[in-house]
Design a protein around this ligand. Structure first.
Ligand SMILES: Cc1cc2nc3c(=O)[nH]c(=O)nc-3n(C[C@H](O)[C@H](O)[C@H](O)COP(=O)(O)O)c2cc1C
Length: 338
């Protein structure tokens, strides 16, 4: 059974030794520029999900690195109040990556410097987002179609952070089926100073459908002189280990960890799921922290999680349904016995 969350913040999950003397590949240290990481299982950035309470939740179960959701570089640069809220991070949250999106090198450079001042241990540049409202501005996956512009952005951001934190880039395999824009652009990003490349090997036109094609991940890992971090379809220990075996330097969980944060402990410790009591305690703690941090906005935010917690077996159908209908935070608290 996976160890229940410790009271100690940080990533204190103990490694389960795979065999006498052998080091579990997921627990091998990894260095990205100035940043030393003690394990190779991370939480990927997810817009609308990876706020502070969620990042704390996955870290309790062993995430070795977590990311903010993607943050608009323009919003940071022009001091948009709502955007600046995304820069909030806790003292217990390190190591933490801040992910930025944008299309203008000088705006991204300024925003990256502000992320470092706000506590970033790593700055990741989003060249993966396929959403129309992002791509139409030339940001996200659109940058894979503009290798010169993408490389100029990396160079500007690397210059702005002055070696204090590593700059990484998250890419897709390409823009549409059959094109290799990700693989073609990645060497340019590395030449411009990227300390690692995170790849989600679906094409932008695929959005989140179908299977991730990790043959692309392995090809990139063989070609690039920097670590390649794999994202896509990691649902358990076998999938995580297969990616490391194939050449990925680290692995990120995404959708499979939503409503299932203890998946980190299950993978890292090769353990059974935690007890029902431990899972319910985690749901209550996450809920309480989300409510505390987000106020009334937490009601809509948390609605994304109730069906997921139900699927993970911690809430029954009636309770999940009642939580979906809860009009406000006190009602949800009461339903959860908090
Ligand atoms: C709701 C949602 C929001 C996401 N937001 C981001 C984001 O802000 N930045 C990013 O780089 N990737 C984002 N992603 C992509 C994930 O980080 C991840 O690469 C992708 O979901 C593939 O992993 P999976 O198959 O394990 O879910 C998002 C994915 C989803 C489903």
């Amino acid at each position: 059974m996976a160890t229940p969350p410790s009271e100690t913040p940080g990533h204190g999950r103990a490694a389960a030794a795979p065999g006498a003397g052998a080091v579990d590949p997921l627990h091998e240290p990894l260095r990205l520029g100035a940043l030393a990481l003690d394990r190779r299982l991370f939480m990927a950035p997810m817009a609308g999900i990876t706020g502070l309470a969620f990042r704390r939740s996955v870290r309790r179960w062993g995430a070795g690195l977590a990311f903010t959701e993607m943050i608009s570089a323009y919003g940071v640069h022009y001091r948009n109040r709502r955007t600046l809220d995304y820069l909030a991070c806790g003292p217990d949250e390190h190591p933490l990556g801040f992910q930025l999106f944008g299309a203008d090198a000088s705006v991204l450079a300024d925003a990256a410097a502000r992320c470092v001042a706000a506590g970033a241990d790593l700055v990741d540049l989003n060249m993966a987002c396929p959403m129309r409202k992002v791509v139409k501005t030339g940001a996200g996956a659109a940058l894979l179609g503009d290798p010169d512009g993408a490389a100029a952005i990396v160079a500007a951001v690397v210059g702005a952070v002055e070696g204090r934190v590593p700059v990484t880039v998250k890419i897709r395999s390409g823009l549409r089926e059959g094109d290799e824009a990700g693989r073609r652009t990645a060497p340019r990003l590395v030449a411009a100073g990227a300390a690692a490349v995170c790849i989600h090997p679906r094409t932008a036109s695929q959005m989140y459908r179908g299977r991730a094609d990790h043959a692309v991940t392995f090809a990139l890992a063989a070609e690039l002189p920097v670590p390649v971090i794999a994202s896509g379809d990691v649902d358990g220990r076998a999938a995580a280990l297969a990616l490391l075996e194939g050449g990925a330097a680290a692995v990120m969980l995404a959708r499979h960890a939503v409503g299932h944060p203890w998946l980190f402990a299950e993978i890292l410790c090769n353990a059974e799921p935690p007890s029902h009591e431990a899972r319910l305690a985690e749901v209550r703690r996450f809920t309480g922290e989300a409510m505390e941090g987000m106020g009334a906005r937490s009601v809509g935010y948390l609605r994304q999680f109730w069906p997921r917690y139900r699927r993970a077996g911690v809430l029954d159908k009636e309770l999940a349904h009642a939580l979906m209908l809860a009009p406000d935070a006190p009602a949800a608290r009461a339903l959860l016995g908090m």
